[in-house]
Design a protein around this ligand. Structure first.
Ligand code: PEP
Ligand code: MN
Length: 337
């Protein structure tokens, strides 16, 4: 950490700061300028007590950290790209992975029709919410356990792997029993006890970005998964809340190069929650593929107009097939298959 002292302080005040830096386990390195003195505190900020308390001392102007607050998710911890195996589908490797399916699991016909269709078009992982986080308690909350059973049936029939959301710590064991990937939704992205429970199931975790979450907070939330002995974490950008009204959220595609720079974990883009508009999904997917995302999470419904949740953003089966066709050159351009 760097500790900047106020100008014109006494030697005694300076010495007190140096003594405190030593007491907290750091080695002070004093740099005396013309007007003020800057102290570099040498030591690992992640294993020593923070020096931030010094910021409230009257003779200190500012304390600045130099190390990142996350370590296990950081690129420094693992130089290569990590890969995740979900039922023999490798996420983060050469193959670009497409996860597709309805927002919510509604019934057997809806889920199985969609599952067969997305598999035929080239998806490898089936999405579908059994436990749904809804803004209003009067909206459809998901089929729960019955929805999980339908997902398992769809997996048996199609061979697709499954991703579904975990809403509550109480359901961690149950959801893990059925799913291949646990989705942590935007509304729970900083529910740390839930993240720990998800990590402890040992299943791969897809962590959505929270509605108003900074990238650093997102990386630190991911750190909860890795620090609980689960290395299988992927990030998923799904749009953040801004002042814009043309879209439901603002899909932040800059997170692709940023997460790639900061972390070794795969990054997935969800253009469905991202824009909230089916007509924008194609363009967002092409952009995400070209920018180096590791995969997509896309909502597809046999009859979007009749969907029990998120109707406006779900693609039709035909629309999804067209998307998969048009996506090919963009995936190839990014050096993926
Ligand atoms: C979803 O995937 O249907 C969903 C609820 O996502 P989010 O948590 O990103 O809103
Ligand atoms: Mn949805």
């Amino acid at each position: 950490m760097i500790v900047i002292l106020k100008p014109n302080i006494s030697r005694k005040e300076e010495t007190a700061v140096l003594r405190e830096i030593r007491r907290l386990g750091y080695r002070p390195h004093v740099m005396r300028g013309v007007e003020r003195t800057v102290v570099g505190a040498i030591g690992d900020e992640r294993t020593h007590q923070s020096l931030e308390v010094l910021g409230s001392w009257p003779q200190v102007e500012r304390v600045m950290p130099v190390q990142k607050r996350y370590k296990l998710v950081s690129r420094e911890a693992h130089r290569g790209n990590s890969t995740i195996n979900a039922r023999n589908n490798i996420i983060g490797g050469r193959k670009f992975q497409v996860m597709a399916g309805p927002c919510s699991v509604e019934d057997e016909f809806q889920l199985l029709t969609t599952a067969h269709a997305v598999r035929k078009a080239g998806a490898t992982i089936l999405r579908g919410g059994a436990f749904k986080p809804r803004t209003s308690p009067y909206e459809f909350q998901g089929l729960g356990h019955k929805g999980l059973k339908l997902l398992a049936k769809a997996r048996r029939e199609t061979g697709l792997a499954i991703i579904t959301e975990l809403l509550s710590e109480q359901h961690a064991e149950l959801v893990a029993e059925y799913t291949d990937i646990i989705q942590i939704g935007a509304r729970n992205a900083q529910n740390f006890q839930l993240l720990i429970a998800a990590a402890k199931t040992g299943k791969p975790v897809l962590l959505k970005r929270g509605l108003s979450m900074k990238i650093e907070e997102w990386l630190l939330a991911g750190e909860y998964v890795l620090s609980n002995n689960n290395p299988n974490l992927m990030f998923c950008e799904r749009g953040i809340r801004t002042f814009e009204t043309y879209t439901r959220n603002t899909l932040d595609l800059s997170t692709i190069p940023i997460i790639k720079n900061e972390s070794h974990c795969p990054i997935i883009i969800d253009p469905s929650q991202g824009a909230g508009r089916a007509d924008l999904v194609m363009a967002m997917c092409k952009g995400a593929a070209a920018m180096g995302a590791d995969g997509l999470l896309i909502e597809v419904h046999p009859e979007p107009a009749k969907a029990w949740s998120d109707g406006a953003q779900q693609l039709t089966i035909e629309g999804f097939a067209r998307l998969m066709e048009e996506l090919k050159p963009f995936i190839a351009a990014a050096g993926r298959e």
